[in-house]
Each structure stands twice: as structure tokens, then as C-alpha cells.
Design a protein around this ligand. Structure first.
Ligand SMILES: C[S@@+](CC[C@H](N)C(=O)[O-])C[C@H]1O[C@@H](n2cnc3c(N)ncnc32)[C@H](O)[C@@H]1O
Length: 259
């Protein structure tokens, strides 16, 4: 099963002891690192007091990045308890605990009251078969008029395993960009932007790995078979088997609410 690493918190502690203050992109469990989160933030159109939901928040890098950049409150929701523990401890060490919180849960069972004004989800839907249901669950957590930003891998299902989101392909449900876009709209969102970011990602890969793997802490160190997963992924993105799409959407409906 994917996402069953239980020792991530211990590994992070050890890496931070060996490399004080140098987290690198260790807490960004998607292609493009913290730079990719920066590409999403503008689309959230946050104003003071808006609250943000990060669906499938992993080790919490994107949630912390949004709070750091905007000063808005962010809640991360993730189904994997060990990842939530790591995200909480990294947040405590970053001085952002007053803005960022994490909870364990499945988006299908999450019913915040009041709802959020914005959400992001990065690299989670590849594990979800029924994508319209998945994005409907997200819509249910948002006020009408709220924004959603996504950063997603699309393309062929015929991939070399393991990949970052699946060790053997049995829990992978990659679809084309058109199919993903249709699912998001069918779930109750209107498109503001739907952009193929594959060229940006290819340039990011070339720049980031120009001198080989980073010397300091890096995401693959936290994952089972991490380096093979990242190399397979970077190869599929470079040869065009996979693409990265960035989307911003508005939840259908007219009024706005406060979470
Ligand atoms: C590839 S990681 C991406 C993490 C994070 N979004 C990031 O980009 O750094 C996918 C994450 O989705 C979480 N996840 C998978 N299914 C979920 C669900 N139904 N509800 C909440 N989280 C889920 C996994 O536990 C994992 O942390």
C-alpha cells in the first residue's frame, strides 16, 4: 500500500539534526516544490480573513507556504496519521502554529461548519477513481463563490512503477487533462484557468537536478523506494508520458461565507 511510511517524523528529526534549518523541498510531496505552490497562490484570490483548506496536505509544505506568503489561516486534512504528525511537528518548529493546523481525515467524511473560502489540492486525485465524487466532497466544504486551485498529473495510465503516488499501479487512476477538467466542472465548479504547466515543470526538473540530487534533505528520503519513484516520475514528465495541469476554479453559487 502507498503512503504507509510510519517513520517519517523520526527521519525528519534526524535530517534536521544533521542539516539545521535546511528543510529544502522535503515537505513538498509533488513536482515543482515550493515554487509550484507559489504558482497556485494568486488563483486563490485571498483577502484578509479568508480561510483555506488543503485537501490531502501530506507533510504540510503547501499549507505552511500559503500561510507564510499570505497570513491567512490554513487547515490541512490528510488521511494518513503519520503524515499529519510530521506536518504538525514541522509546523510547531516553523513558528506558524497560530495560522496552520492539520487534522486526520478523509475528505469524504469532512463537513466543516462554516465552510472555507478557498481550497487547494495538489497531487491527490491520481489516487481517486471517482473524481467527480472527490471534487464534490471538496465543493461541499466550500462556500459558494470560493476558489479552488489544483496541481495535477494527467496523461497515460501506462506508467513505470513505482510512482510517487502509487507503488505498483493498483491504486493509481490517472486520466487525461480533458477528463479531469470535466470531472471538476461536473462537481460544481466553474473554470477560471486551466493551464498545461508541463514546460514549466520540465524546466524546473532540469534546473533542480542539474547537479544531481540535492545534497541536503529531500522528499525521496522520506518515502519507500523514494529515489526510484521520483526518477520514474521525472522521466515520464520529461518524455511527455505525463503532463502537469494547473487549474483555478470557482465553486458555483452566488453568496460567500466565512469558515
Ligand atoms: C502525493 S501526496 C501529496 C501531499 C501534498 N498535497 C503535497 O503536495 O505536498 C498525496 C496525499 O494525499 C493523501 N490522501 C489520499 N487520499 C486522501 C483522502 N481521501 N482524503 C485526504 N487525504 C488523502 C495521502 O495521505 C497523501 O498525504
Amino acid at each position: 500500500m502507498t503512503y504507509d511510511e510510519t517513520g517519517v517524523d523520526r527521519t525528519i528529526h534526524r535530517l534536521l539534526r544533521e542539516h539545521p534549518g535546511d528543510l529544502g523541498d522535503l515537505d513538498q510531496f509533488h513536482i515543482g516544490g515550493a515554487d509550484a505552490v507559489d504558482l497556485l497562490i494568486g488563483g486563490l484570490a485571498l483577502t484578509e480573513g479568508d480561510t483555506v483548506l488543503d485537501v490531502g496536505s501530506g507533510f504540510g509544505g503547501p499549507a505552511r507556504q500559503i500561510a507564510r506568503r499570505t497570513g491567512n489561516h490554513v487547515t490541512g486534512l490528510d488521511i494518513t496519521p503519520a503524515y499529519v504528525t510530521a506536518a504538525r511537528n514541522l509546523t510547531a518548529g516553523s513558528g506558524l502554529d497560530d495560522l496552520v493546523r492539520f487534522q486526520v481525515g478523509d475528505i469524504a467524511d469532512f463537513a466543516p461548519d462554516p465552510p472555507f473560502q478557498a481550497a487547494i489540492t495538489m497531487h491527490v486525485q491520481m489516487n481517486i477513481d471517482d473524481k467527480t465524487a472527490w471534487f464534490s466532497h471538496i465543493a461541499r466544504c466550500l462556500a459558494p463563490g470560493a476558489r479552488l486551485a489544483v496541481w495535477e498529473a494527467c496523461g497515460s495510465r501506462d506508467l513505470s512503477w513505482p510512482m510517487p503516488w502509487s507503488l505498483d499501479g493498483t491504486d493509481s487512476f490517472v486520466v487525461t487533462a480533458d477528463a479531469l477538467h470535466d470531472s471538476i466542472e461536473q462537481a460544481g465548479f466553474t473554470t477560471t484557468e486551466w493551464t498545461d504547466e508541463t514546460p514549466w515543470v520540465q524546466a524546473w526538473i532540469a534546473k533542480t537536478f542539474a547537479d544531481g540530487p540535492p545534497a541536503g534533505p529531500a522528499l525521496p528520503m522520506l518515502l519507500h523506494d523514494g529515489y526510484t519513484r521520483v526518477i520514474n516520475y521525472a522521466t515520464a514528465l520529461t518524455d511527455g508520458t505525463l503532463e502537469i495541469w494547473r487549474g483555478t476554479f470557482t465553486r458555483n453559487g452566488s453568496s460567500t461565507g466565512r469558515a
